[in-house]
Design a binder for this molecule. Structure first.
Ligand code: CP
Length: 315
């Protein structure tokens, strides 16, 4: 049982957890007493719809109270580097701030996206590690610079629910976007897929390769039409370049997902973590089609998170 939940690596039995979370979905209030007199603090350095609401709902299902704090809107700007002379915009050090928040809460969830200013700094996960070091309570990753494990956990629950064969073909495809997005969702999905029995492919334009520490055994290719053949699941996501850090590829409308592309698959289910820009990433005719299981993914976020909180509460 982990004290912290940063990635699938904190999960001793990912397949067991997927099945347990699906069972929890059928009995969401069965552990309502577990979180009585416990408080979950939700610390957001960035915007959120699904993560915020699904995590509050998950906590409520377990009887927990929640406190939500938007650091950029309501808080002081935090310094994460030790030894700095703090005579600039950073008013408070993470050492004090994390310790104070940990004093008020029994578990803390942290969302902190990458800055895209410096790959090495982003991939060091200073916010997550700072909270782990100084808060003194279990930390749950609500999407960090490099990973979004609660999303991937819900994604695998969704695949498990919808799969029609033991070993489905799952294709994660890059799609266009107008601005630089993190690699957290594709990194995390690739990492979780290492534990799942599937024929897993990642397809993207040249230059959009992810960090191989996450993609490992996935089949990598550059031809979307070819990759989509016989696919059972198409997971759509944009990400900016890992190697030319934060760069985007413009004028790649040919990579947008359309109904016509889905019709070339084995009646594949269409997945996206949301939010999605319609007719940039996915065309209306695809997202509104019978292929989409996107709402199931969003709904499963509640039960993936509820299971993680339950595991922490009983530890
Ligand atoms: N998928 C996801 O994490 O959504 P939010 O950014 O709205 O929380």
């Amino acid at each position: 049982m982990p004290n912290h939940f940063f990635s699938v690596e904190d999960c001793p039995n990912p397949i067991g957890w997927i099945n347990e979370a699906l069972k929890l979905k059928n009995n969401p209030y069965g552990y309502k007493g577990l979180g009585i007199n416990k408080t979950l603090g939700l610390i957001f350095f960035n915007a959120s719809l699904r993560t915020r609401l699904s995590t509050i709902k998950a906590a409520q299902n377990l009887g927990m109270e929640t406190i939500t704090f938007d650091v950029k809107k309501d808080g002081w700007q935090l310094e994460t580097t030790d030894g700095r002379v703090m005579d600039g915009n950073h008013v408070e050090h993470i050492r004090e701030a994390a310790a104070v928040m940990g004093g008020y809460c029994d578990i803390l969830g942290i969302r902190a996206f990458p800055t895209f200013l410096n790959k090495k700094e982003d991939y060091l996960e200073k916010y997550l590690l700072g909270f782990r070091e100084y808060a003194g309570v279990p930390i749950v990753n609500l999407e960090s610079a490099t990973l979004h494990p609660l999303q991937s956990f819900a994604d695998l629950m969704t695949i498990e629910q919808h799969k029609k064969k033991k070993r489905p073909k799952v294709v994660m495809t890059w799609a266009p976007h107008v601005k630089a997005l993190p690699q957290a969702v594709p990194n995390s999905f690739s990492q979780w897929m290492q534990y799942y029995d599937a024929d897993f492919h990642i397809v993207h334009p040249k230059g959009m390769e992810l960090d191989i520490q996450f993609t490992k055994n996935a089949k990598l290719s550059y031809d979307q039409d070819q990759a989509f053949k016989e696919a059972d699941f198409i997971y759509v996501k944009n990400w900016s370049s890992y190697h030319n850090y934060g760069e985007i590829q413009k004028n790649r409308k040919d990579w947008m997902i359309t109904l016509e592309k889905l019709q070339s698959t084995a009646q594949a289910k269409l997945m996206h973590c949301l939010p999605v820009r319609r007719n940039v990433v996915i065309a209306d005719n695809a997202i509104d089609s019978h292929h989409s299981i996107i709402q199931d993914q969003a709904y499963n976020r509640v039960f993936a998170t509820q299971l993680v909180l339950k595991k922490i509460l009983i530890s």
